[in-house]
Ligand binder design. Structure first.
Ligand code: DHB
Ligand code: FE
Length: 279
């Protein structure tokens, strides 16, 4: 059977992708952050699963607000980087893993979790930047991927608890998939940030650190945070953190935290990353 080996949470700030794409990672603004990411990249070099299930949000790039499903899973053979207004990022296309994607759909549906299905979604910075953070600039990505898009854009949004339960459903689906393959699960977005309005630039290190602590040791505490609390404490776009709950739900209750980074500022946001291994 397939097996989830580990989960990663990471912010997906587009500036990080631009820094890598334009060869700026050694510039003063970026150097410390990319140095901090070295152990994360070392971990990814020695822990390469067959498939990464990547839970992310589209930023009204591929999906228009006219039609925005709560949860969408990608069943395509390949996915392209999206054009977000200045041409697609020059990164490799991503290979899907349709058999497992369809198995997750069927298994989740049997548990009353109905996922929207998409065979051709282009993937924006919410997806491609975490890949670059983990794997740098390879000619081909070292793993297949299954995109799971969560609506954190068009209210009403799924609750933090619903996201955790989706992760649990994905975890059970993986455990019943009859191929001996290793699976990584990632949650992207966050941490505290607000990109517009009166409170633009708000960051809240105490809230972010508590969220990271809870991911390790008390994940259910993060399922009790309301959208209002996320937005009040972590800014409007801080609500992206609910996607990390999907990642956490797919892991075992007890995990080993093997990497954590917290860095301010990146763009107008707090950057965070964590890696949790199943025991
Ligand atoms: C930015 C965009 C994002 O989608 C995000 O999650 C964080 C930061 C930005 O434009 O800086
Ligand atoms: Fe985002």
């Amino acid at each position: 059977m397939a097996k989830v080996i580990a989960g990663m949470g990471t912010s997906h700030v587009p500036g990080l992708g631009a820094a890598m794409d334009n060869g700026k990672t050694q510039e003063t603004y970026w150097r410390q952050l990319f140095e901090g990411l070295q152990p994360l990249r070392a971990w990814h070099r020695t822990n390469v699963p067959d498939v990464n299930i990547i839970v992310y949000n589209d930023h009204a790039t591929e999906f228009s607000l006219d039609s925005y499903s709560t949860f969408t899973i990608g069943v395509g053979e390949t996915f392209k980087p999206a054009d977000e207004g200045w041409g697609p990022r020059q990164v490799p296309n991503m290979s899907g893993y349709p058999n497992l994607a369809w198995h997750i759909i069927e298994s989740a549906m049997a548990e009353e979790f109905d996922l929207a299905v998409n065979a051709s979604m282009d993937l924006d910075h919410g997806f491609t930047v975490p890949l670059s953070i983990a794997y740098g600039q390879p000619k081909e990505w070292p793993t297949s991927v299954i995109p799971v898009c969560v609506n954190v854009i068009q209210h009403p949004l799924p609750t933090a608890l619903r996201c955790y339960k989706l992760g649990q459903a994905i975890g059970r689906a993986v455990a019943s998939f009859p191929e001996q393959i290793n699976i990584g699960i990632w949650g992207t977005g966050g941490l505290s940030h607000q990109l517009g309005g009166e409170r633009v630039g708000v960051v809240n290190p105490d809230f972010d650190k508590k969220f990271l602590d809870n991911l390790s040791r008390d994940p259910l505490a993060n399922t009790r945070i309301s959208h209002t609390e996320f937005m009040r404490e972590a800014g409007c776009e801080g609500v992206e953190m609910i996607m990390w709950n999907v990642m956490r739900g797919a892991l075992e209750d007890d995990v080993d935290e093997v990497f954590r980074l917290y860095h301010i500022p990146v763009s107008a946001t707090a950057y965070g990353a964590i890696i949790l291994e199943n025991k």
